[in-house]
Design a protein around this ligand. Sequence first.
Ligand code: NAP
Length: 309
Amino acid sequence: MYKIIDGKFHSAEIRKEIAARAAKYKAASGKDIGLAVVLVGEDPASQIYVRNKIKGCEEVGIKSYASYLPAESTEEQVKELVQSLVDDENINGILVQLPLPKHIDQQAVLKLIPKEKDVDGFCEENIGSLCLNKDCLPACTPNGIMKMLERENIAISGKNAVVIGRSAIVGKPMAMLLLNANATVTICHSKTENLPEICRQADILVAAIGKANFVTNDFVKQGAVVIDVGMNRDKDGKLCGDVDFQSVKDKCSYITPVPGGVGPMTITMLLYNTVVAAERTLCILNLTKNTAIICNISMKNCKNSATKS
Ligand code: NAP
């Protein structure tokens, strides 16, 4: 019998923890945690994502600073705005909603965001630290998957994990997080030969492909944990994942549904990364039960880890 991993439930629980930590931060620092969200242009999907992120902030007591620039803004104008957020000490995390309009060099803008405020986990320094298994803010979707595995007490160390997909925002960081948790990891992609055979070796199978119902029964080993990252529309326009849930479920020990699995965790992990980023600016040493010393310390000296907390 399989167990559904309920992303909505985990997300709600983690948001409670985030709200408590945000309140503690405020009590210790006298300030709200701040998340800046930058939207350039009027892309309807991006507008919805930004709205949901702002709503998420309100829910957990993080102050959001939304900036909207018109689509015809120059790269210089966007960079100027991002730089002002980098310099603002009330802002703990910066999120630039992607994609940016085509005439703007996305990487050049993202490069301005320092590792400490890169709550999306997209900057090269964060990705490098993830690869080196050092303190970092990992990309939100794979980090959310790790949180769900941890909260479900699913063993990772020593297990075979197969990740289908090698994108910079899902597949690669997912593989690195699993590797850092001591799984034996295989990354598959569109040129992989014998894909079903490789996937059948997986104790943990993560599908991040972007193809509706692609992973079927013959990809899955009996008892595997199956994580479906995909968000697609099927031929009837219904939201579905990369995994053909009906064909696969009876072989799984655990499976994430679409919707209601990985999806609800992504924004929650953005809020989580923002709290971690804020906490890293403070070092609270409990001297006695009721006394605390707060001092500014640099991130590298702070033991609080996004991946380990
Ligand atoms: P992406 O950048 O398009 O990457 C897709 C990956 O799948 C690529 O590495 C590609 O291989 C691989 N692939 C494509 N066809 C394949 C095939 N036939 N066999 C094996 N591998 C194949 O997509 P993404 O941004 O990683 O997103 C993947 C899915 O997750 C999408 O459905 C997206 O909507 C969803 N998503 C969901 C969330 C969430 O919060 N739930 C967040 C992000 C993304 P190549 O590299 O060889 O091209």
